[in-house]
Design a protein. Structure first.
Length: 245
């Protein structure tokens, strides 16, 4: 059986607004193997969010193909996309996106309620287990506003992993955190990856990027570099950023 989880071939996304055509992605090709930890970086406007939306089945490409776990998901219906998204993809956002009037446990359980293959008891069990994994089960009945940013992101990570998805898509997961909380979130992602979770993370932070196995750099809607972190002098990577930022 193939070890490839995600395979993109010549993926293209053109936005049409009034008379303007914007090529957000112009022929992106790469694959991600099961268990890999990928970071995607590039300057603002280069197409990172568009790429993450396509990978997360939140939007459809205007060209090329996307194969997820051996299934061609390029041209499927909206309903099929939603179903596959719920089962196979976990999202982590920069701004946590927890629902303020739901408890921690309810927040983690929420995406599972769209899963027709799970009953109430199974959903509760999966949510509790996920919160234990991120060391937040002692806060199950708290509300998001009663937690620190770092704790909220841990809960958001529990929500992403609860349904045991094939891949976690993270969009600047440490962007709203101070360095101490950012480090603990990165350690948690490392731990999940060591346990077998495939992670694809968009980040402009070279320190976070260097935790991945591979760094894919995007510029003007194209992949301009795809390198294994073990082949890069990551001290230089972090140094480069501190010089330019
Ligand atoms: P990044 O995440 O790297 O900052 P984006 O993927 O958000 O980049 O954007 C890539 C390009 O596509 C930009 O030029 C942006 O203006 C354009 N774009 C993104 N979303 C839309 C949209 N919904 N409609 C029109 N243009 C868009």
């Amino acid at each position: 059986m193939s070890n490839i989880l995600i395979d993109l071939k010549n993926l293209e996304k053109v936005f049409h607004t009034e008379d303007v055509e914007t090529y957000a992605l112009s022929g992106v090709s790469f694959s991600i193997s099961k268990g890999e930890y990928i970071s995607i970086s590039g300057p603002s406007g280069c197409g990172k969010s568009t790429l993450l939306s396509l990978l997360g089945l939140l939007d459809v490409p205007t060209g090329g193909s996307y194969t997820l776990a051996g299934h061609n998901v390029t041209d499927i219906s909206k309903e099929q996309r939603a179903k596959i998204r719920n089962k196979e993809i976990g999202f982590i956002f920069q701004s946590f996106n927890l629902i303020s009037d739901l408890s921690v446990l309810e927040n983690v359980e929420l995406p599972l309620t769209y899963r027709t293959d799970l009953d109430k008891t199974q959903r509760r069990k999966l949510a509790e287990e996920a919160l234990e994994k991120v060391n937040m089960s002692h806060r199950n009945s708290h509300f998001p506003s009663q937690l620190s940013g770092g704790q909220q992101q841990r809960v958001a990570i529990a929500r992403a992993i609860a349904g045991n998805p094939s891949v976690i898509l993270a969009d600047e997961p440490t962007g709203n955190l101070d360095s101490k909380n950012a480090e603990s979130v990165m350690e948690l992602l490392d731990k999940l990856n060591a346990e077998g979770t495939t992670i694809c993370m968009v980040t402009h932070d070279p320190r976070s990027a260097s935790k991945a196995d591979r760094i894919i750099e995007v510029l003007d809607g194209r992949v301009v570099a795809d390198r294994r972190v073990s082949d890069i002098d990551t001290r230089a990577l972090v140094g480069e950023e501190s010089v330019t930022s």
